[in-house]
Design a protein around this ligand. Structure first.
Ligand SMILES: [Zn+2]
Length: 237
């Protein structure tokens, strides 16, 4: 291998020797000595910072990718919520969660922040607005397929705004099937809704069977941590 035996430090002009190693009878060039002058040290420090920044960005990009795949809405990507950490920990221990409160009490912000903490890994968490799940069920009535499978099997499911739209009978039955499968498999589920449990039963039963509505809500809140949000930061009850 061809290389110059010395080079000059571009900062102070010092002569730096080439470093070599012997491998299989050949001399290999391994770069030049490092110079200890302030200019060379500052350049190495800058390189370390650039590498650290690139590593930090790679971690952040990976997280954003995981959050997007988990269904965290774009506008909630950068938001956090004071209750999210302990709710996520509870779900890791199998806890179901029922978040209810008026519009504007940051239920969805909290739910998204929980989803972000549970994301990463395969099939770990899915967050979806209820209307989307209902639409997928509705479509499958004509198109076939099993839209509920991925919601039924994901480790953590987060359903936003349950009860915002009134489900019809067929959809209500499918919703029951989804919740019941997760309940039987003990897969932690979080729902947000504007309705307290008794009102949610009435809401879901408006176009469907009251017993089915009751069974859904009974599974959602049975053993669940029920949190009433009544201000911008939520409040424990
Ligand atoms: Zn130097």
């Amino acid at each position: 291998m061809d290389f110059r035996p010395t080079t000059e430090c571009p900062h102070c002009g010092a002569t730096l020797k080439a470093r070599t190693t012997r491998l299989a009878g050949r001399t290999l060039f391994c770069g030049y000595e490092q110079c200890g002058c302030a200019g060379a040290e500052a350049e190495r420090e800058k390189e370390r910072q650039v590498e650290a920044e690139a590593a930090r960005k790679a971690v952040q990009d990976k997280a954003m990718h995981d959050w997007k795949r988990a269904g965290v809405p774009e506008r909630y990507m950068s938001l956090d919520h004071p209750l999210a950490a302990e709710i996520a920990d509870g779900m890791k221990n199998g806890q179901w969660v029922y978040l209810w409160g008026d519009v504007g009490t940051r239920k969805t912000t909290c739910a998204a922040a929980v989803a972000k903490r549970l994301a990463g890994g395969k099939r770990s968490v899915l967050m979806a607005p209820m209307y989307r799940i209902l639409d997928e069920i509705q479509r499958s009535f004509h198109d076939g397929g099993d839209p509920l499978k991925r919601y039924a099997e994901v480790r953590y499911l987060i359903v936003d705004d349950l009860g915002k739209r009134r489900p019809t009978g067929f959809v209500l039955d499918s919703l029951f099937s989804l919740i019941d499968q997760r309940y039987s498999a003990m897969l932690p589920t979080l729902v947000t809704t504007q309705y307290k449990p008794s009102d949610l039963v009435r809401r879901l039963a408006e176009q469907g069977d009251p017993d089915t509505a009751k069974a859904i809500v009974s599974r959602l809140r049975g053993g669940a941590r029920v949190v009433h949000f009544d201000g911008p930061d939520g409040r424990l009850q």
